[in-house]
Design a protein around this ligand. Structure first.
Ligand code: AHR
Length: 649
C-alpha cells in the first residue's frame, strides 16, 4: 500500500509506533534450533542488478546546508521574501560604524537575479571596518590548514565607494578571524570576484560565522556571496566530501531525482522547472521548495547527473507532469502539452548529442558527453490526484508516455500508480512508510504478487521510528523488509530509502526519520544506513532456493549467490530479543569451506541508535566463523542483522 503522509501524520505515526519489538510467543521459542537449508545449485531468479539505489530531494536541508557544500546561508538575493534575508543576514553589532542594509530593487547581477543587497557604511574605517554577518547553516565549519574558495558579485552604488570588500570566517565565541579573503573595490558594473582563503593552525569547529566588511564609508551592491570548503573530487561548487563518501559506501545503483514533493512544488507555479537550474549560479533564480524554504538550486539538473556519474549510478529521472501538492492539476490535452514538450527537452538535455538543441546547452554547461538514461518517471505520487486526470486512459500519464515512447522508444517508463487503457508503464513506483510492526509483518508482501504486470520500483520506503534518524528497532524492520525485496527482486527491480538526508539542527528538518544525519561539521550513518550498506554490499546476482524451518516469525532470511565467484551470501535478521540458534545446510555445492565471514549489526535494545554525538555506537562488526562437517551451526545474537559470506569451491 502506498501512502503520502503529511509531516504531522508521519510524526504522529513515528511517536505512536511502539519502539520495542515485543517478544511474541514465537520469539520466546526462538531458542529452539532453526534449520536453514540452502540449495546452492538451484537459482530461483536473477537479483535485479539495480536493486539498491538512492532517492533524493531538497528536504531537511538535504542540499542547501547539506550535500551542496556551499557555506553561506541564503547567499542569493532573489525575487521573493526579501525580508527573510534581512533576518538571516545581520548587521555587525560590534561596529560603531553606521552600517545599514537594504534590498536594492533596481539592480541585480543577472536577469535571473534582478535584486541585490545594498550595504552602506557611514563611518567605517580601517581600524573599525563594518559590515554584515551570516550564520551559515547553523554554523560554519572550520578545519586547520584548509583552503576555501570565496566569490561574490559586486557593483559600486552611488558616489562614494567603500573600497575592497573582505569576506572572513569569524569565531563566534572569541571573535577571532580564522581566515579571510579580500575582493577589490567594486566597479560601476556587476562583476564576479573570486579569491581563496586559508586557515592556519586553528582548531576544528563549527562555532563560526561569515562576515562581509568594508573599511571606508560608501555603498556597495552585492549578491551571490559563496564560500566553498574543499569538495568531493575537488569539483568547483561541488559536494560535501563526508556525505559523498557515505553514499559511495552504499554502492548505489541508481539515483531517483529530483523528488518527491520537490518535483511537484506546493502549487502549480512552484513546479521543478529544470531549465532554471542550469548554468552559473547567477543565472539560477532559485525556487521555493515545498518543504518551507527556498532552494538555491545550486544542485541543478546537471549536478544531479554528475552525481550519478561520480557514483556510477543510473539516473531515474522524474519529469514534472502537471500536478501540485495542493491538489491542483493541469488537465490532459493542449494545456498539458507545453509540459510534455518540456519533458522531452529535458530528456534531450540528458541524452542528446551536442548537435541537438538541448545537448548543445548541456555542452555549454560543461558536459558535452550525453548521459546514459534508461528510466523516466512521470510525476510523483499522482494517486493523490482524486480527479483521475493522471490515470485515465487519456490522462496525464498517457499523454506523457505516448510522447516519450514516440521520441525515445528505448526508455523504460515509470508510472506513480496503476493506470487504465492501452498506454501502460513498464514499471510502477510504490511508496511505503510504515511502523516497525507493519514492516516485520510485511516482509513477504511481494511473495504472491502477480508477475505478469509492470515491474515495481519501491521509490520511497522507510520504517518510521526514531528522530531525526531511525533507531535500531527501525533498522531491524528495514532489514526484514529488505530480505523480502531481495527474495522478490524479479518483480521489485529498484528500491530506495527516503528521505536520504537530514541536517540534524531541529530547525532544519521537516521529516521525522531519515537515513543519514549531519550538522555543519560532522555526519553519521543511522543503524538503518549500516543495514543498507550491508545489504547492498553483500549481494549475489541470483536468489538461491532456501527454506527456513523452526524459526519464529521475527526471523527473516534471504540467500543469494554469485556463481562466478563461488560466493554465497546468507542474510539472517533476528528481530527477536532472544538468540536464534540455527543449523545451516548447504546442498548442491561441490565443496563447502569450513569457515566464512560473518558481518553483524546488533544492539542491546531497539531504542539504541547512532547520533551526531555518538556516530558509531552501532556499526557492522566482522568476524570469521568456523565449523566442522557438512552443517554450519551458529547462534545469531538477539536483535541482530547478519550476513554470512561463504566461499564455495
Ligand atoms: O520522502 C518524503 C516525501 O514523502 C516525498 O517527498 C513524497 O514523495 C512522499 O510523500
Amino acid at each position: 500500500m502506498s501512502c503520502r503522509t503529511s509531516f504531522a501524520t508521519v510524526l504522529a505515526a513515528a511517536i505512536v509506533a511502539v519502539t520495542v519489538i515485543l517478544p511474541t510467543r514465537a520469539s520466546a521459542s526462538a531458542r529452539e534450533r532453526a534449520r536453514l537449508t540452502v540449495r546452492y545449485n538451484q537459482p530461483v531468479h536473477a537479483v535485479s542488478p539495480t536493486l539498491y539505489g538512492l532517492m533524493t530531494e531538497e528536504i531537511n536541508h538535504s542540499y542547501d546546508g547539506g550535500l551542496y557544500a556551499e557555506l553561506i546561508r541564503d547567499s542569493v538575493f532573489f525575487r521573493r521574501e526579501h525580508r527573510k534575508f534581512i533576518k538571516i543576514w545581520s548587521v555587525d553589532q560590534n561596529a560603531a560604524d553606521g552600517i545599514s542594509i537594504a534590498i536594492d530593487n533596481r539592480s541585480g547581477p543577472s536577469r535571473a537575479l534582478p535584486y541585490s543587497l545594498k550595504l552602506t557604511a557611514t563611518r567605517a574605517s580601517i581600524r573599525d571596518p563594518g559590515g554584515i554577518d551570516n550564520p551559515g547553516y547553523w554554523g560554519v565549519p572550520v578545519w586547520p590548514d584548509t583552503t576555501y574558495h570565496a566569490s561574490i558579485y559586486l557593483r559600486a552604488a552611488g558616489a562614494e565607494n567603500p573600497g575592497p570588500v573582505t569576506m572572513a570566517i569569524v569565531n563566534s565565541t572569541s571573535g577571532k578571524v580564522l581566515a579571510q579573503a579580500v575582493f577589490p573595490a567594486a566597479g560601476p558594473h556587476w562583476r564576479r570576484y573570486s579569491a581563496t582563503m586559508h586557515t592556519g593552525a586553528v582548531a576544528t569547529s563549527a562555532d563560526n560565522f561569515v562576515r562581509l566588511t568594508v573599511s571606508h564609508p560608501g555603498s556597495v551592491l552585492l549578491n551571490v556571496a559563496l564560500l566553498f570548503p574543499p569538495t568531493y573530487k575537488h569539483q568547483p561548487a561541488g559536494f560535501r566530501i563526508d556525505l559523498m563518501k557515505k553514499l559511495a559506501a552504499l554502492h548505489p545503483k541508481f539515483l531517483r531525482f529530483p523528488g518527491g514533493n520537490f518535483l511537484e512544488g506546493k502549487t502549480l507555479a512552484d513546479w521543478y522547472d529544470w531549465k532554471l537550474t542550469l548554468g552559473p549560479i547567477v543565472d539560477r533564480p532559485t525556487h521555493p521548495s515545498p518543504w518551507g524554504y527556498e532552494s538555491s538550486d545550486g544542485i541543478g539538473l546537471l549536478e544531479f547527473l554528475e552525481w550519478c556519474q561520480d557514483l556510477h549510478m543510473q539516473p531515474l529521472l522524474a519529469v514534472y507532469d502537471g500536478y501540485a501538492l495542493d491538489g491542483m492539476h493541469i488537465w490532459p490535452g493542449p494545456q498539458l502539452e507545453p509540459y510534455v514538450k518540456d519533458a522531452l527537452e529535458e530528456i534531450q538535455y540528458v541524452t542528446g548529442a551536442v548537435t541537438t538543441k538541448w545537448g548543445a546547452v548541456r555542452a555549454r554547461d560543461g558536459h558535452p558527453a550525453p548521459f546514459p538514461l534508461h528510466y523516466v518517471e512521470i510525476g510523483n505520487e499522482d494517486f493523490f490526484d482524486r480527479s483521475g486526470s493522471y490515470s485515465g486512459s487519456n490522462g496525464r500519464f498517457a499523454q506523457f508516455a505516448r510522447a516519450i515512447r514516440k521520441a525515445y522508444p528505448q526508455l523504460q517508463i515509470v508510472a506513480t500508480m496503476p493506470v487504465k487503457g492501452d498506454v501502460q508503464p513498464n514499471l510502477i513506483d510504490e511508496h511505503f512508510y510504515k511502523t516497525p510492526q507493519q514492516f516485520l509483518h510485511d516482509a513477504n508482501y511481494f511473495n504472491h504478487m502477480s508477475r505478469t504486470g509492470p515491474k515495481i520500483i519501491v521509490g520511497e520506503w522507510a520504517t518510521l521510528q526514531g528522530t531525526p534518524t531511525p533507531d535500531f528497532g527501525a533498522a531491524l524492520a528495514d532489514a526484514a523488509w529488505m530480505t523480502g525485496l531481495e527474495r522478490n527482486s524479479d518483480l521489485v527491480v529498484m528500491a530506495s530509502y527516503a528521505p536520504l538526508f537530514v541536517n540534524v539542527n531541529p530547525l532544519a528538518s521537516q521529516w521525522p526519520t531519515n537515513l543519514i544525519g549531519y550538522d555543519a561539521l560532522h555526519s553519521y550513518g543511522s543503524p538503518s544506513y549500516y543495514a543498507q550498506v550491508m545489504f547492498s554490499n553483500y549481494l549475489g546476482n541470483q536468489v538461491v532456493a532456501a527454506k527456513l524451518a523452526g524459526a519464529g516469525p521475527l526471523c527473516f532470511e534471504s540467500v543469494t549467490r554469485n556463481a562466478a565467484t563461488h560466493t554465497l551470501y546468507i542474510k539472517i535478521v533476528n528481530a527477536a530479543p532472544l538468540p536464534q540458534p540455527m543449523t545451516l545446510r548447504i546442498e548442491g555445492a561441490a565443496a563447502v569451506a569450513h569457515s566464512g565471514t560473518l558481518v553483524t549489526l546488533s544492539a542491546k535494545s531497539t531504542r539504541a541508535t547512532n547520533s551526531i554525538r555518538h556516530p558509531r555506537r552501532i556499526v557492522p562488526r566482522t568476524a570469521t566463523v568456523h565449523w566442522f562437517g557438512a552443517d554450519v551451526r551458529h547462534t545469531f545474537a538477539p536483535y541482530s542483522i547478519n550476513v554470512l559470506v561463504i566461499h564455495l569451491r
